[in-house]
Design a protein around this ligand. Structure first.
Ligand SMILES: *Cc1c(COP(=O)(O)O)cnc(C)c1O
Length: 379
């Protein structure tokens, strides 16, 4: 490689051609606020695309989880189950509501919540007569958890399932779209996700009461009155009309983004797949992943470099990579919380590395990244 090439980021925003037109429209009509026609259109278009009855546009994915939990009326000390291998945004709202997270380990098929562990633990909780108030199952790195199984287990125990599909818009499981399982699905449009509104989220549900309550609470719970009247505590969680305009443009390019991310994955596999000590995140037979991020596992001895050595070497070449999510049961802030299993996610964390996966990468970029990975070896 010669000359100064641009820094390669892990998962940068990738705008299409319609976003700016929609934003201009928002400016021209002076709808620069959390009300406006783009919000309604974004919700309608999103609901149609994903195949859900109601979609509520919010300021973040974390806010969407929070509003779903808020609707359940949790009490201090209630338990909520959550995947352990995930971003902390999945679990923080449990604590906002005064409840206690219980972290469930991954399976090796999809790296997501292990349905067997979930079934066992719910069985034990039922025997004790103290079921969790909700289960938050995460779809990691663009791949669904075994959601048919998880949905069935939750239904048997009457526990609401919240599907955290923040990383999996466009993925499918058993022919159904990510975010449509269980009681509520949540999405994120943060800058690193497969499509972005700079920052934003969506709550998707068939439950009209949940949708209406969430829309109400997201605008500071303003009662219908000419003056400002409030009989409940709300939040400032509504998405702005300008950001919804960006989201509408991004929805139009989602199929292209998925194709590009899957192509990245195939290129990585072509250039690195036969190297000893390197393996890839599996695609479980029950669904189709978007490959939002391409993740590898590194056997340091067999490959000749540790994931951290690779990461540091890539950094010297201005290439960004990241470890997998540190399991939440290992996070200092959750040190007092219960965990069910944990060895699988711990091993994934030690061996894993997320490689640059932007939808604007060229084949030449991926080839260069793979050469850089290989040149991290010390033998
Ligand atoms: C990004 C993300 C969230 C939070 O979304 P924000 O929009 O950043 O609040 C939640 N869960 C997972 C798994 C995520 O990756």
């Amino acid at each position: 490689m010669s000359g100064k090439r641009r820094r390669i980021y892990l998962s940068p925003p990738h705008l299409g051609t319609k976003e700016l037109d929609f934003v201009h429209e928002a400016f021209a009509s002076n709808w620069i606020s959390p009300v406006g026609p783009h919000i309604d259109a974004f919700e309608t278009e999103f609901a149609r695309l994903v195949g859900v009855k109601h979609a509520v546009a919010l300021s973040s994915g974390t806010a969407a989880i929070h509003l779903a939990l808020r609707h359940l009326g949790l009490k201090a000390g209630d338990e909520v189950f959550c995947s352990t291998l995930t971003f902390i945004g999945s679990a923080n709202p449990i604590v906002y509501e005064g409840a206690r997270p219980v972290f469930i380990d991954s399976d090796t098929r999809s790296w997501n919540m292990d349905p067997g562990l979930l079934a066992d633990e719910l069985g034990r909780c039922a025997q004790r007569g103290r079921l969790p108030r909700a289960v938050i199952a995460v779809d990691l790195y663009g791949q669904c958890a075994d959601l048919e199984a998880i949905e069935g287990i939750c239904r048997r125990h009457g526990v609401p399932l919240i599907e955290d599909a923040a990383e999996a818009l466009g993925a499918t499981c058993a022919g159904r779209n990510a975010g449509t399982f269980g009681w509520a699905g949540i999405f994120s449009f943060n800058g690193n996700k497969i499509i972005t509104t700079a920052g934003g989220g969506m709550l998707a549900t068939a439950d009209q009461e949940l949708a209406e309550a969430s829309r109400f609470l997201s605008r500071q719970a303003r009662d219908p009155a000419p003056h400002y009247q409030h009989s409940r505590i709300g939040f400032n969680y509504r998405l702005s009309n300008v950001l919804a305009a960006i989201g509408r443009g991004q929805l139009a390019v989602l199929p292209d983004r998925i194709a590009a991310r899957r192509r990245n994955f195939e290129l990585y596999r072509k250039f690195l797949g036969d190297r000893p000590g390197i393996s890839f995140m599996p695609e479980a037979g029950f669904g189709r992943a978007t490959r939002w991020l391409t993740c590898i596992l590194v056997d340091s001895k067999a490959f000749g470099a540790s994931p951290e050595a690779i990461r540091q070497h890539l950094e010297t070449l201005d290439i960004e990579s990241r470890p997998l999510w540190k399991p939440l049961h290992l996070q200092p802030v959750f040190s007092g919380c219960r965990a069910v299993g944990g060895k699988v996610s711990e091993e994934l964390f030690v061996k894993g590395l997320c490689l640059p996966s932007g939808s604007d990468l060229t084949e030449g970029d991926v080839r260069a990244i793979c050469e850089a990975v290989l040149s991290a070896r010390t033998k």
